[in-house]
Design a protein around this ligand. Sequence first.
Ligand code: F6P
Length: 371
Amino acid sequence: MAGRKQIRRIGVLTGGGDAPGLNPAIRGLVYKATSANTEVIGIYDGWAGLLDENMGENWPLTQNTVRRWDRDGGTNLGSSRTNPFRDTKGSGDRGPEVLKNIDALGLDALVAIGGEDTLGVASRLADLGAPVMGIPKTIDKDLGGTDYTLGFDTSVRTVAEIVERSRTPAGSHHWVQVVEVMGRTAGHLAYWAGMAGGAYMVLIPEHPFDLQHVYSRLNARLSGHRDRRSPRYAVIVVAEGAMPAGGHEFTVASGTDAFGHARLGGIGTWLADSIRRDTKHDARAAALGHPQRGGPPSPVDRNMGWMYGIAAAEAAFANKWGTMVSARGVAPACDISLVPLSEAVQSLNLLDVGKLYDTDRYTAKQRVLHL
Ligand code: F6P
């Protein structure tokens, strides 16, 4: 179409925490782009790969290179939490350097695959005139502007399986198993995996919990059982960003990353310790950590990655700078469109407590139709 810039070379990078579905997305992008004789250049380690000191290396991606990437977890390009607008090594704002290097690599378009932070950088670069687009990825599913972020489905499956597996030891030994799940300030992963895995309670960041109430819910299940066949264990899934009412988030270390985020963690151990101290129930804690982002992508993440990658190439061909591919509806049979990057990173998408969460029982609402 007249007036459109011809796209001969597209760059692609993956930033932030890795997630299953990144490699399938790169594969979709490469297949679509190279079928139209457009080159794709893989940039290593997120935004770090576009800083001067890393400019020597990148990876031209052909269909043969990425052929088997549909089944690979993580990101074959590597990732980092680099924020070029807030360089921690003291060089300050390195946004202009990234813009210069996009040109130096001869990129007609750049596809950034990431979450709130990586796409926040993409949005700022687009405002500065860069030909940038985004693909949404995060196991937290907390990005605005889309109903699906790559990695979420695989992580829900992984976490749900571990929650389910934790029921047999807890049941055999009659203890309370606390399972701490990632998700940062969003409860999507904890909630859906917890419910699917059979957790008795799920504590989410969106609704600070009352510790005494957690105890009374445990007593209601575990005390006064009439025979050995009634439940003698309970699994509590707690999101890493959950907190007691009037309390604060638990963090594993002081300080923040280049995007100002603290590393969350530790609430699971605190909760199990509190239960052992204040009640007559035994308790154990398991923090699932990074393996919950690991492993091969699920069929949903393979299909969504493929479609998102193709959509990003189409957006590049149409010169739709400053946009993110977005899914509406249930993945993978969803509608894919483009939304402004600025809209996607404007505010976080949190769990809809009013619709889904029983704030009295700390579990899913037993009401769906609202007739
Ligand atoms: O955003 C994805 C995520 O896994 C969060 O759920 C978690 O809080 C964070 O990344 C962990 O960060 P890192 O990988 O830097 O330890």
